[in-house]
Design a protein around this ligand. Structure first.
Ligand SMILES: [Zn+2]
Length: 206
């Protein structure tokens, strides 16, 4: 993804996200976006395949990108359904180990590398939306657009990108050598058109 497309994508999704956050509600402590189609139950295969990702598909064409993202998602079916509902921890830890390895094996050496890597492999478009430092803790608002895991999925009332949260945790832990937590606050599956991770970084307790 070239710089111009990246900047265009960030501008487009920031504006969309702003509108969606204005129209959100909070249900049992969870942010719920304005996307109305709520499925209480599990996702069907037809919900999962053929997402549309206008920016990540630019260089390869809509159809190829959609098939690529579908194939990635169909890979989840190697886990029994029973496990899938309790497998969130597994997904998170898997992502964390993967993120840690990306840094240890010097594939990712900086935040910019993380953005490039995730865009190159079409996992998502990372936007460092905000950061602030308070007492000994740094908080970052990291958004992911056109996420390979959840883009275009229906609103099921809760976020589902545990793998991505794990990758972010692993990469930041290894880059900073500090205690890092990443929690997904908003997601396609909670009614938005983006994912948002609340990342907290603090000094390790001695
Ligand atoms: Zn998500």
């Amino acid at each position: 993804m070239d710089k111009k497309d990246y900047e265009e994508a960030v501008k487009f999704y920031r504006s969309l996200a702003g509108k969606e956050i204005e129209n959100e509600k909070i249900l049992n402590g969870t942010f719920i976006g304005p996307r109305s189609k709520v499925k209480e139950d599990k996702l069907e295969i037809s919900d999962i395949i053929n997402p549309s990702r206008p920016f990540l598909s630019k260089d390869v064409g809509e159809q190829s990108d959609s098939a690529y993202a579908s194939t990635f998602r169909l890979g989840h079916f190697n886990m029994p359904e029973q496990l899938a509902s309790t497998g969130q921890g597994t997904s998170f830890v898997g992502g964390m180990e993967f993120g840690t390895k990306l840094v240890k094996q010097k594939i990712i050496k900086s935040l910019d590398d993380l953005i490039t890597f995730l865009a190159d492999y079409k996992i998502g478009i990372v936007d460092i939306f905000g950061e602030k430092e308070e007492k000994e803790e740094k908080t970052m608002d990291i958004r992911v657009y056109e996420c390979i895991e959840c883009a275009d999925l229906p609103n099921v009332g809760k976020p589902i990108c545990f793998f991505e949260a794990g990758v972010i945790t692993g990469v930041f832990t290894e880059l900073t050598k500090k205690d890092v937590t990443a929690k997904e606050l908003r997601c396609w599956t909670s009614g938005y058109s983006f994912c948002q991770f609340d990342v907290k970084i603090k000094d390790q307790k001695k």
